[in-house]
Design a protein around this ligand. Structure first.
Ligand code: ADP
Length: 496
């Protein structure tokens, strides 16, 4: 009897494996850090074998911990850090260079050259993305230009490209399968999300041969089977793959057009399901694929806030206001208001909708009476203001007004922040019982395909809410507060 579904959650800083039962509950989990390699300024890389070996270890560990046999696993789902790029030799299976992590900026010059040649619009029109080192396409070009022999391998048809999902799938299947799915493909800058195929024109611009690319499948597909050697003697089907933010959207069951989730982690990632037709943004949102099932592709709009939970880390580590991020809640609620303080945490510039890379952080409204409690409160509030900036653009560009916002990520545990967010947006906020929405999304996707979960409807009945937050602030009050935020952002951007 197959009692479990196993989700591999390969994130930037760590690989995790979580095993779920039929009720969608966690029965076991294991986590291992993946070392980062910073060899040069602007380079963020990892060893592709570290990514694979930590996944292998956490799979074994999670089964051993709960005394689960590999034969009890119905199917495997994968969710992964997106955009991170690996190229390997098709004959030997060995990577020809390290994994270039999404954060890495080493292809900046390639991006600038593309922009100078006027290619921005064509990439945007076809991929829904912007030309930025963040996405995989220019990272591939960088490896081809910098690794001796790479171009020759490509010319001979002996080079494989993969994002992390593809690399893990390749390893799990003993080198038999070279595939990806729509959500990961949609982050490469090479995939036409409208026509749903690798784009010849974009490949030509970047001088990349299509023979290195994986086959693109639905997120919910039979991708292949593990080999006895890679999964402890068992041939288990791998049946669901999603990029991490899309997995969180799916794990939160944001499957209706207009449903929306915000993840409050280091930064914030907001995704809105926009249905089966893509909406191209003109205000800095990305258009991306949310998931694909049974031959139908569903799209999303995505907006990001660069500094969110990391502003709380800054209060903890640089200003030494408290020892644990969770203490920020008690400190914030120890005062009745922010006492006129506004914090703009633009430590690495501002994301959607400002896209101002030169902005620096600022604090406004300080008086002799300002305390660390006020600054903490104002910093937490800044996460909510930045979220409002993004959601307002989403509503404007999609023409959709959501009726609630689903939340997850480390800082969503903060009740003060969630209540303030609800007040500011005048929207109900729903926080799930299982905060591991990313792994849950991969488990759902895999389990639906393998028959472990019978239907999406059956998943809705498993979904448990930890807490909801209802708006209680007057319109006059929230308008006044948001106006101050806008003023503060303007002043911050003028200071250069
Ligand atoms: P990531 O996946 O980006 O590493 P997580 O989802 O694990 O992030 O969330 C961690 C972030 O959330 C940290 O930046 C931390 O400062 C913040 N955080 C965690 N708990 C709280 C809390 N109770 N209140 C506010 N911020 C918090």
């Amino acid at each position: 009897m197959k009692q479990y579904v196993l989700a591999i959650d390969q994130g930037t800083t760590s690989s995790r494996c979580i095993i779920f039962n039929k009720e969608g509950q966690i029965v076991s989990q294991s986590q291992r850090e993946v070392p980062m390699i910073y060899e040069q300024e602007d380079y963020v890389e990892q060893n592709a074998y570290d990514i694979w070996s930590t996944v292998l270890t956490t799979m074994a560990d999670s089964m051993l911990q709960a005394d689960i046999q590999p034969s009890e696993i119905a199917s495997i789902g994968i969710t992964n850090q997106r955009e991170t790029t690996i190229l390997w030799n098709r004959q030997t299976g060995k990577p020809i260079y390290k994994a270039i992590v999404w954060q890495s900026k080493q292809s900046n010059d390639i991006c600038n050259a593309l922009k100078e040649e006027g290619y921005e619009e064509i990439f945007h029109q076809k991929t829904g993305l912007l030309i930025d080192p963040y996405f995989s396409g220019t990272k591939i070009r960088w490896i081809l230009d910098h690794v001796p022999g790479a171009k020759g391998l490509m010319a001979n048809g002996n080079l494989c490209f993969g994002t992390v999902d593809t690399w893990l799938l390749y390893k799990l299947t003993g080198g038999q399968v070279h595939k990806t799915e729509h959500t990961n493909a949609s982050r490469t800058l090479l995939y036409n999300i409208f026509e749903q195929q690798w784009d010849d024109e974009l490949l030509h611009i970047l001088d990349i041969h299509p023979n290195i690319l994986p086959e693109v499948c639905d997120s919910s597909s039979l991708f292949g089977y593990t080999t006895a050697a890679t999964f402890f003697g068992e041939n288990v089907p791998i049946t669901g793959i999603l990029g991490d933010q899309q997995a969180a959207l799916f794990g939160q069951l944001c499957l209706e057009k207009g449903s929306i989730k915000n993840t409050y982690g280091t930064g914030c990632f907001m995704l809105m399901n926009t249905g089966t037709k893509p909406t191209l943004s003109h205000k800095g949102l990305l258009t991306t694929i949310a998931y694909s099932m049974n031959g139908t592709v569903t799209y999303a709009l995505e907006g990001s806030v660069f500094v969110a939970g990391s502003a709380i880390q800054w209060l903890r580590d640089a200003l030494e206001f408290f020892d644990q991020a969770s203490e920020s809640e008690a400190l914030a609620t120890s005062v009745p208001s922010n006492y006129g303080v506004v914090v703009v945490p633009a430590f690495v510039g501002l994301g959607t909708p400002y896209w101002d890379t030169d902005a620096k952080g600022a604090m406004f409204g300080l008086t002799r009476g300002t305390s660390k409690a006020h600054i903490t409160r104002a910093t937490l509030e800044s996460l909510a203001y930045q979220t409002k900036d993004v959601i307002d653009v989403m509503m404007d560009e999609s023409g959709i007004t959501p009726t609630f916002l689903r939340v997850d990520g480390g800082a969503s545990a903060n009740n003060f922040l969630m209540q303030f967010q609800s007040d500011l947006l005048h929207l109900e906020i729903i926080r799930p019982e299982i905060n591991e929405t990313t792994a849950l999304g991969a488990a759902y996707m895999s389990g639906l395909q393998s028959g472990f979960f019978s239907s999406i409807k059956s998943l809705s009945s498993l979904q448990q809410t930890n807490r909801t937050f209802q708006p209680s602030m007057t319109k006059a009050e929230r308008t006044k507060l948001y106006h101050k935020w806008i003023q503060a952002v303007q002043a911050t951007r003028q200071f250069k």
